[in-house]
Design a protein around this ligand. Structure first.
Ligand SMILES: Nc1ncnc2c1ncn2[C@@H]1O[C@H](COP(=O)(O)OP(=O)(O)OP(=O)(O)O)[C@@H](O)[C@H]1O
Length: 458
């Protein structure tokens, strides 16, 4: 036990933690780590992100020290660093091996007759085990896992932001499941911001505010999804502010998500914005090609469907941002295969996905290209399309350009808004609705849209 070298020490650590940690945790914290040096009873480990470093420093380093000591080994110091950080052995800082004490608080509220959402509301499918970790989400995944293991102690609140269908909801549920696994008595609650708002309004109408507060303020983990929809709901924001404060003061974990950063959410009270910044905000970015293939493969395996590698690559090549659409494409291919009783192949996939606006051409079609075509077609400048002028000769082309961007590119509403001079997503929704509603009765508009689609080859 006393004669460790780097390899045998690391091997020993891996074996021990492989036994004690869940597969997802072991993968996230240990498989991504790289032991680089063991000198004078100090072990240096390279880890991939700042978040991994924080987690190692706060939790794992101390655990490893204790574990080796308890097994009769030397008292070693474990230092985690990023590959680009200088090797700390030269400075030899004593490591802070304080272990955070785990909370084991149970608050069961009677399920009396009330009209708001009860229970944890977690989707069984959304666990860490079914979440594929890749470039765009590694940081968010590590943050989620850290918070799930150290609720209230690691980062509070944890705030996920990013585009549509990239796994924010999945990670939030995974935190809930993980926490319940560690502590089956924990009270976990997942809601969307809309559910929170509806519950709150119901509680006022039914004069059950006390019960509402008991339901929301007595949890160990509160997960609120899509809080961009709090915008403009001032009463709900006020209530949420107090919910937040109560939970935060009691060191209960809060996890939030939105399609953008808190300070970019219109009409969100400043005091909420500043509280949301107390913890950690992490973005989730679209998965790279390899991750998309891995997600498809996992999904196919889960459904016991065999799909050849070239077909997986083909599907992954068709959709490059939204994972929900990626899953949709896979389901379409599977359904097409079973309907036509034909085995799954690249040809079949291309046939099945032909009618979706997600083929390569659609991917190549970008918002700037649409703006360019529309500006030439209506003889207005791109700057005007992106600008704020409200004259009729500009408003209509702008709405058409937004409509086509929404219809043909698969970009998210915030993304389209930002490409049109930083407009809010509600402006894009409004433009899209306006054109959609006008189309059936306006033959000029129909012709214009058809001609533009033809020019854009869609
Ligand atoms: N890394 C991943 N591995 C496996 N499945 C994933 C991953 N990321 C997302 N998914 C799946 O993609 C789908 C969409 O994800 P999710 O609902 O979590 O997205 P979201 O970011 O919350 O989107 P929205 O903004 O629309 O709420 C889900 O079925 C989810 O399970």
């Amino acid at each position: 036990m006393h004669d460790f070298d780097l390899d045998s020490l690391w091997q020993y650590i891996l074996e021990s933690f492989n036994k004690s940690l869940s597969q997802a945790s072991f993968k996230a914290w240990f498989e991504s780590a790289d032991p680089v040096q063991y000198t004078d009873q100090t072990l240096i480990v390279n880890v991939p992100t700042v978040l991994h470093r924080d987690y190692w420093t706060q939790k794992l380093s101390g655990q490893i020290t204790d574990m080796i000591k308890n097994a009769g080994g030397p008292t070693i110091t474990v230092l985690a660093k990023l590959p680009e950080d200088p090797n700390p052995l030269a400075e030899s800082d004593p490591v802070d091996d304080k272990l955070n004490s785990k909370k084991d608080t149970t608050n069961n509220v009677d399920a009396t007759t009330v009209d708001f959402t009860r229970g944890s509301q977690l989707n069984e499918r959304y666990t860490f085990d079914t979440f594929v970790v890749g470039k765009g989400n590694q940081f968010a995944h590590a943050a989620a896992l850290g918070v799930a293991e150290e609720p209230g102690n690691f980062y509070n609140p944890l705030f996920f932001y990013g585009g549509v269908g990239l796994g924010k909801t999945h990670l939030m549920h995974a935190i809930g499941h993980h926490m319940l696994q560690n502590n089956p008595n924990a009270k976990v609650k997942y809601v969307t911001s809309e559910t929170f708002a509806n519950d709150f309004i119901n509680s006022i109408q039914k004069k059950r505010q006390e019960e509402f507060r008991r339901e929301y303020r007595n949890v160990d983990l509160l997960l609120v999804d899509d809080i961009q929809f709090f915008a403009d709901k001032l009463g709900t924001q006020e209530e949420f502010f107090h919910t937040f404060n109560t939970l935060y003061d009691e060191k209960k974990q809060i996890v939030l998500s939105a399609d953008r950063l808190p300070n970019e959410i219109k009409n969100l009270q400043e005091r909420l914005v500043s509280r949301f910044k107390w913890g950690l905000s992490v973005d989730i970015t679209p998965p790279d090609f390899e991750t998309r293939i891995a997600i498809l493969r996992n999904k196919a395996e889960a459904e016991h469907v065999t799909i050849p590698d070239d077909t997986l690559s083909y599907i992954a090549g068709q959709i490059d941002s939204n994972i929900r659409e990626l899953e949709g494409a896979l389901m379409r291919v599977e359904a097409f295969s079973s309907m036509t009783k034909t085995p799954i192949s690249v040809n079949l996939a291309s046939e099945a996905l032909k009618n979706l606006k997600i083929n390569n051409k659609a991917n190549a079609l970008t918002i700037p290209i649409i703006q360019d075509f529309v500006s030439k077609y209506y003889h207005v400048s791109v700057a005007d399309l992106k600008g704020k002028k409200r004259t009729k000769s500009i408003v209509r082309p702008r709405q058409v350009a937004m409509y086509l961007s929404r219809e043909l590119t698969g970009s998210s509403l915030p993304k389209i808004g930002s490409e049109f001079g930083g407009k809010d997503h509600s402006t894009v929704i409004h433009a899209h609705e306006k054109i959609s509603k006008a189309l059936p009765n306006d033959s000029d508009l129909q012709r214009e849209i058809n001609e533009l689609r033809a020019e854009l080859k869609h």
